[in-house]
Ligand binder design. Structure first.
Ligand code: HEM
Ligand code: HEM
Length: 184
């Protein structure tokens, strides 16, 4: 078992996956809020199409990340953590990933219910149900909205924790995640 001191640098694949998923998710949260305000026209239809396709791309990134984590768990924190802190770290990390998955699944239900079919990387298509599936759209929309608010709260807590570790505890947590090693 390697000691925690061998974890001063993270593998590039972990860094790339973290920032790709993080930036794509932040982009999608803003994108979703903007398309909600647009009129129901051809441009909005096209924008919702890209919203769905980017969501499916994030699903594949989550899958790769999950497979990578099965083979290589994320290293311990750079500072000693109290029990509640360690639990909060675990819950926030896992909670964010789970909520992104919920966003994608509820988005699929929402899109199907309002009449958009979604192509999953050419492998199969989640069909559109235009008639009699209003409840699917309503349910999908309610979950999509609730999960997006919960996700925003967790991202905020997560970012505040990263800032606290980097600049108050001065343990280099954010530098390590940026690929700079344990620079304080
Ligand atoms: C949607 C946005 C984000 C998601 C889903 C996310 C998710 C995660 C996850 C799951 C981990 C655990 C490492 C892993 O298993 O790969 C992690 C670690 C980390 N994230 Fe994020 N993150 C997001 C945004 C951010 C932002 C905006 C920052 C910076 C302000 C940040 C800074 C960090 C740092 C510093 C770590 C390492 C924590 C440690 O060493 O204990 N993340 N993130
Ligand atoms: C990380 C993934 C995703 C994020 C962060 C995200 C975020 C959002 C947000 C914030 C909204 C606006 C408010 C709301 O109703 O919640 C929205 C709307 C929407 N999302 Fe997503 N979404 C994601 C994935 C998906 C996926 C995969 C689909 C469908 C396959 C989808 C379909 C929709 C639809 C149909 C709307 C309504 C657009 C309209 O008003 O016409 N979303 N999304």
């Amino acid at each position: 078992m390697p000691s925690r001191h061998t974890f001063d640098r993270l593998p590039p694949a972990d860094l790339l996956l973290h920032w790709l998923i993080a930036l794509a998710t932040l982009f999608m949260l803003a994108y979703g809020l903007i398309i909600e305000t647009l009129p129901d026209d051809g441009l909005t239809f096209e924008l919702v199409h890209w919203h769905r396709q980017i969501g499916i791309a994030i699903l594949f990134l989550l899958l790769v990340r999950f497979l990578l984590r099965c083979y290589r768990p994320f290293p311990p924190s750079l500072s000693p953590l109290s029990r509640p802190e360690a639990l909060a770290r675990k819950l926030v990390h896992r909670g964010q990933l789970l909520l992104i998955l919920v966003m994608i699944l509820s988005g699929l239900a929402y899109a199907s219910g309002v009449g958009y079919s979604t192509d999953i990387a050419g492998l199969f298509t989640v069909p559109a149900y235009v008639d009699g599936k209003r409840h699917l759209a309503n349910w999908g929309s309610a979950v999509h909205e609730l999960a997006s608010n919960m996700l925003l709260v967790l991202i905020l807590l997560h970012s505040l924790a990263a800032i606290k570790h980097q600049w108050i505890r001065k343990d280099g947590t954010l530098s390590r995640m940026m690929g700079l090693g344990r620079r304080r």
